[in-house]
Write a protein that binds this ligand. Structure first.
Ligand SMILES: Nc1nc2c(ncn2[C@@H]2O[C@H](COP(=O)(O)OP(=O)(O)OP(=O)(O)O)[C@@H](O)[C@H]2O)c(=O)[nH]1
Ligand SMILES: [Mg+2]
Length: 240
């Protein structure tokens, strides 16, 4: 990075460009693996990679090309479950997930990870709403309602933030309209829903793995694993 005068994001993009020019490195390592292998590519979280830089789509095409490596890919997009605490942040994360889905064009699962961190804070019923997000989540955001009550701006739809006040820009009428636009976009595309993952819970990991197996058709006749009762409830909630 120092040599090239690049920052962390530029350095990362440089590394991927370098990889794309040296794809033998991947072919040599992966070519000998049989169908019985599950290969995990742990990708960095830098959002640039999943929004507008065309490197990952090219890498995906290379990995999946018939007659060459011919790998059946499934993208698993992990959003930390703690994002649900701040709904504007949650919708921003969901927009990134949707952007990755559209960019990568492979079977895709979205996953709320680190569920252990919110299990005791967020009720199961509330969690279900985040698993199938719609713009209604912005209408009854308890943090937002409490804040606007405290400020006396609950009824004031066109409340304008002072452009000089950086903190206020993240909560004024313009910010709310932006969040609403993002949430409506996500709702209209209706592409993103989330599975829950608690890495400490074997059944939870097993359920995610069975969805991945299903996406990549690991066994022709493979069905996603029977879900626990609690998980069935969640699926019912998705139809609401
Ligand atoms: N509570 C909890 N913490 C976790 C879990 N998984 C990872 N962490 C912690 O979260 C921190 C960040 O780790 P990761 O989430 O793996 O980091 P990442 O998002 O993959 O980041 P990069 O690989 O650098 O892009 C570390 O301190 C981990 O120990 C989890 O399931 N539960
Ligand atoms: Mg990581």
């Amino acid at each position: 990075m120092e040599e090239m005068g690049l920052g962390p994001n530029g350095g990362l993009i440089y590394c991927f460009e370098f990889l794309m020019e040296n794809l033998d490195f991947l072919t040599d390592s992966l070519d000998s693996l049989t169908e019985e292998y599950l290969i995990i590519f742990d990708m960095p979280g830098q959002i640039e990679l999943y929004t507008h830089v065309p490197i990952l789509p090219a890498l995906v095409r290379f990995l999946t090309r018939a007659g060459s490596l011919d790998i059946r890919l499934c993208a698993a997009y992990l959003l930390e479950a703690t994002f649900v605490v701040d709904r504007s942040k949650f919708f921003a994360g969901t927009l990134s997930a949707m952007s990755a889905m559209i960019m990568l064009e492979v079977p895709h699962l979205n996953i709320l990870s680190k569920m252990d961190l919110v299990k005791d804070q967020v009720r199961k019923k509330d969690m279900k709403r985040f698993q199938m997000p719609d713009s209604g989540l912005l209408d009854d955001d308890p943090n937002e309602i409490a804040r606007r009550k405290a400020e006396g701006t609950l009824e004031d739809e066109d409340e304008m933030a002072d452009p000089q006040d950086k903190g206020a820009l993240m909560r004024g009428g313009g910010f709310r309209r932006l969040n609403r636009a993002v949430a409506n976009l996500i709702e209209n595309f209706s592409m993103v829903s989330y599975l829950k993952l608690d890495a400490q819970d074997e059944d939870s990991v097993g359920a995610i793995l069975s969805y991945i197996d299903d996406c990549i058709q690991y066994h022709e006749a493979q069905e996603p694993k029977e879900l626990k009762d609690e998980e069935f409830d969640d699926m019912d909630g998705m139809d609401d």
